[in-house]
Write a new protein. Structure first.
Ligand SMILES: *Cc1c(COP(=O)(O)O)cnc(C)c1O
Length: 411
């Protein structure tokens, strides 16, 4: 006799070593949250930590807290907590600014390290901010520097002698396709180019080994799988071999060797601190710091393994109940991050109907339903239920109502 999927989900939950971590999150009743790849859920520690930072550190400590609570080095401390999640050594990750701004900084460094080469190579369909920021930098540099976007399939052959930097996002935001970081980093290096990895959909989602793959630079997002909260600060990684003499063009005072000497001349701080620009946002950075507690003692291999089992259960159930949805995320677990995406001609309306029923995922142009799988707070029974509701919405055409077709400002 075959086990019913619902029973199987219950069994998997009962045996799940990550199950206790769910209690570390404050999740609303009646919601199945499949959008932690866009905005991670709220870890319980964040509210208490934020209250303490506001009332005690700021309210009572006032300006003294820059020293007494070591606010000044928070970007390094939080960076050192993200570092093990992405396979980076201590002192190589800084938390600062947004992913977009960090991209500008590391791309500028990389292009300058390859003088004479004119091309920033990326892939078609990369996340728009990556392409826009690269384009903005190319325009600013002038002198023939250009962005070249090629299809993912031809990246291997596209790293020609004129390529200074390869800029790639490891996990594609639409499809969930995951590049082979080791292979592509090797190809870039063999051609004399440097590589920048955007880990927005990787950090906290899949095991990443920046050191082991010999990556040069990376950036990543604080508010997705790292659960740092809306607009949380992002991070940047620079391989230690580039730390000596490191400098970047957003030469703000807090990236200075001695900010409080108030010198007339800019001299970059040694190492990763040179990527700092202005005053760190202590409230949101403290929230991110507290949010990272949920990763304490968590093995990213276990997270990936649960993600894969969630994926199998979810996608097989959606497949069985909603044939109109076309899966587009690779079924080979090595080739995907932690999401399941499907095409449907009315994807926007379908997603709104799901959200109205408490199943929160998101829509991506032109016709993609995207569901993030976050093993730290999702149960197998949740994805089973979500698939059942998706089946109902498709079968009854519950999405076919004018109110579900009205586009909001943020999708
Ligand atoms: C979410 C995301 C970003 C976000 O950039 P911000 O500057 O933090 O808004 C950047 N790159 C990719 C690939 C993303 O998915």
């Amino acid at each position: 006799m075959t086990v019913q999927p619902r029973t199987r989900a219950r069994e998997l939950d009962a045996a799940d070593p990550l199950a206790p971590i769910r209690d570390l999150f404050a999740l609303p009743e009646g919601v199945i949250y499949l959008d932690g790849n866009s905005l991670g859920a709220l870890p319980r520690t964040v509210a208490e930590r934020t209250r303490a930072v506001v009332e005690e550190q700021w309210g009572e400590g006032l300006i003294r807290s820059w020293n007494t609570h070591d606010w000044i080095d928070l970007p390094r401390r939080v960076g050192d907590r993200i570092a093990p999640l992405v396979g980076a050594p201590p002192g190589s990750v800084i938390v600062a600014d947004s992913t977009s701004i960090n991209l500008f900084k590391v791309l500028s460094i990389a292009v300058r390290l390859r003088p004479g080469r004119k091309v920033i190579l990326t892939e078609e369909g990369n996340f728009p901010t990556d392409i826009y920021i690269a384009g903005g930098l190319a325009e600013l540099l002038g002198n023939g520097v250009e962005v070249r976007a090629v299809p993912a399939m031809s990246l291997g052959q596209a790293v020609t002698e004129d390529v200074a930097v390869v800029l790639l996002t490891e996990v594609n935001y639409r499809t969930g396709y995951r590049h082979n970081m080791n292979l592509l980093t090797g190809i870039a290096h063999a051609a004399g180019a440097l590589i920048v990895w955007d880990l927005a959909h990787s950090a906290g989602a899949v095991p990443v080994d920046l050191s082991g793959t010999d990556a040069d630079f990376a950036v990543g997002c604080g508010y997705k799988f790292l659960n740092g909260g809306p607009g949380a600060p992002a991070f940047a990684y620079v391989a230690p071999r580039f730390h000596h003499g490191l400098r970047q063009p957003l030469s703000g005072w807090l990236g200075h060797e001695k900010p409080f000497a108030f010198d007339a001349d800019y001299r970059p701080a040694p190492g990763i601190d040179a990527l700092r620009v202005g005053s760190p946002p202590i409230l949101s950075m403290s929230a991110l710091d507290a949010a990272l507690d949920v990763f304490d003692g968590v093995d990213m291999a276990a997270v990936k393994s649960k993600s894969d089992e969630l994926w199998d259960l979810f996608v097989s159930q959606v497949d069985a109940r909603a044939r109109e949805l076309t899966p587009i995320t690779p079924s080979d677990p090595r080739l995907r991050g932690s999401q399941a995406s499907f095409r449907h001609p009315e994807a926007y309306a379908v997603m709104q109907a799901l959200i109205a029923r408490g199943v929160i995922g998101d829509f991506r142009e032109p016709d993609i339903l995207r569901f993030g799988l976050t093993p730290l707070y999702l149960r197998y029974i949740d994805v089973w239920k979500a698939a059942k509701i998706i089946g109902q919405v498709i079968e009854t055409r519950a999405w076919d109502r004018p109110e579900f077709k009205q586009r909001a400002k943020v999708v």
